[in-house]
Design a protein around this ligand. Structure first.
Ligand code: NAD
Length: 476
């Protein structure tokens, strides 16, 4: 597939290409241009030309285009989900949910488009003020490979509704569904140049978007280390910035929790998307009164998970997204095994055999008796491995939950209101779930504190972050 710049399929100035391969089979699916700084300049120019007309359209008209695009996405969700599974690896059910999640986001923003009001401030003898919100201009979006469709929706939904235009860079390994979605948006009436997709590496295309002086806001989702670099580059030219970075979400299970429900929550919370989700359950703290039973039940469910090519039927978990991602997990588990900082209760190995040989498969893994300070709990564990720690009381659980540099999400599993209140008040995170984990609806602000990032996506909060106020002061 080609890049999408100014409403046209574009080859790119360089003649280099990036192969996109299925992580389950390493089969070549397609290739995309390896974009350059010059391609980013063309895309920013196209976004600049499109901006004036797009920004002047009534918000409601912009919303209707998003709405029509959502309907087209729903009509084609099976094809889109198949493309996503082929390039990213996740099972078809998860891809289908993600594609429909993209449509939900566009529909949410379309739905609030007619109610975008400003405010009036009366100052008595000093006059009156009318405050309106206006778009920021050209925005840049840089997204990762783990949830490429959903995260594209989180960025384009509010940015385009607010009247901005955008240059988006997909991850190098998962650009195809993003490119197809950009085409669908145009088929639904999005004018050329409003959304431009430039494919290529982070170092060339990503950096060029961040440094381009005409890009006034940058929204990045990805690794913390990349986030730090981007913040530094963007700060040099005073850009507005949203950073959605890593997480190490704790899940706390108290003795009064519904055990079976909590077991299912942990299973989905950790192994969804082969564990490659920012808000996955990455550390589980279970009260000692129920830990033996809980771990026994969880192990039985983990052992029953079917791993395989996401295109197959009845597959619970696909491959990891790349050899590098799997290698990071292998190293962390082996280090734990060798240093005896935890007990590998089940899993802990790469899957072998004909069905697995070409793909980046890893057996879902549970590690118990994890020693505090082990890298399994101090680093972001971005794969299908769940460290489970037994705790004597809620105080210890809260203290350990907060023993992290991240602060994205956390969950508490209990029927007690007072326990819920303590966790809500004391655990440091952007979202606290009660008796669930991982759900991220488009209406609800999403984002973390500390090293999990800056700013919020979704809801009205994201819409505000893609706009700024302008005041008309009436002296009368
Ligand atoms: P990554 O930082 O390696 O890559 C993300 C994107 O940034 C890619 O498009 C990449 O090409 C680009 N990039 C890389 N270096 C760059 C540079 N120097 N300048 C500009 N762009 C650059 O992250 P990843 O491995 O693709 O994603 C996994 C990470 O994303 C995990 O840490 C995960 O927790 C995080 N994540 C966070 C959220 C959230 O909303 N908080 C959601 C999903 C994923």
């Amino acid at each position: 597939m080609l890049m999408r710049i100014g409403g046209k399929d574009t080859e790119g100035i360089d003649t280099a290409w990036i192969d996109v391969k299925n992580p389950a089979t390493r089969e070549l699916i397609d290739r995309v241009p390896s974009g350059t700084k010059e391609d980013v300049v063309c895309a920013v120019d196209a976004a600049g030309v499109a901006f004036d007309t797009w920004a002047k359209k009534p918000t409601r008209d912009r919303g209707m285009i998003l709405y029509h695009a959502a309907q087209k996405v729903r009509d084609q969700y099976k094809d889109l989900a198949r493309l996503l599974t082929r390039e990213q690896g996740k099972p078809m059910k998860e891809s289908s949910d993600e594609v429909r999640g993209f449509a939900n986001i566009l529909e949410f923003y379309a739905g609030i488009s007619a109610g975008q009001n400003g405010e009036a401030i009366r100052l008595g003898a000093a006059g009156d003020c009318i405050v309106v919100r206006q778009p920021l201009g050209i925005c840049g979006a840089i997204i990762p490979w783990n949830m490429p469709v959903l995260i594209m929706g989180w960025k384009i939904g509010p940015a385009l509704l607010a009247g901005n235009t955008m240059v988006l860079k997909p991850a190098s390994s998962t650009p195809l569904t993003n490119l197809r979605l950009a085409q669908i948006l145009e088929e639904a009436g999005l004018p050329p140049g409003v959304l431009n997709v430039v494919t290529g590496s982070g170092e060339s295309v990503g950096t060029a978007i961040v440094k381009h002086p005409a890009v006034r806001k940058l929204s990045f989702t990805g690794d913390c280390a990349t986030g730090y670099k981007i913040r530094e580059m963007a700060g040099a030219c005073l850009k507005d910035i949203t950073l959605e970075l890593g997480g190490s979400d704790p899940m706390i299970v108290m003795p009064d929790a519904e055990i079976d429900k909590a077991v299912e929550g942990a299973l989905r919370g950790r192994f969804y998307n082969a564990g490659q989700t920012c808000t996955a359950v990455k550390r589980l703290y279970v009260h000692e009164k129920i830990s033996t039973l809980f771990i026994q039940k969880l192990k039985a469910r983990v052992d029953a998970l079917t791993v395989g090519n996401g295109l197959g039927s009845k597959i619970d978990m696909g491959p990891m997204s790349s050899a590098d991602q799997r290698e990071k997990i292998v190293q962390m588990v082996e280090e734990t095994r060798n240093s005896q900082k935890g007990t590998i209760l089940t899993g802990g190995y790469k899957l072998k055999g004909t069905a697995y040989e070409q793909g980046f498969f890893y057996r879902p893994t549970l590690v118990t008796d994890v020693v505090p300070g082990s890298s399994l709990v101090t680093r972001e564990l971005f794969g299908p491995v769940l460290p489970v720690m037994t705790v004597p009381d809620l105080d210890t659980a809260i203290r350990e939950a907060n023993n992290t540099r991240f602060g994205l999400g956390a969950s508490i599993w209990t029927k007690e209101l007072s326990t819920t209140k303590r966790v809500f008040d004391e655990v440091k995170a952007g979202i606290i779930w009660v008796n669930r984990h991982l759900t991220v609806p488009p209406e609800v602000p999403f984002g973390g504190i500390n090293e999990s990032g800056i700013g919020r996506e979704n809801g009205h909060h994201a819409l505000f972050s893609y706009s700024q106020t302008k005041t008309l002061y009436l002296g009368w």
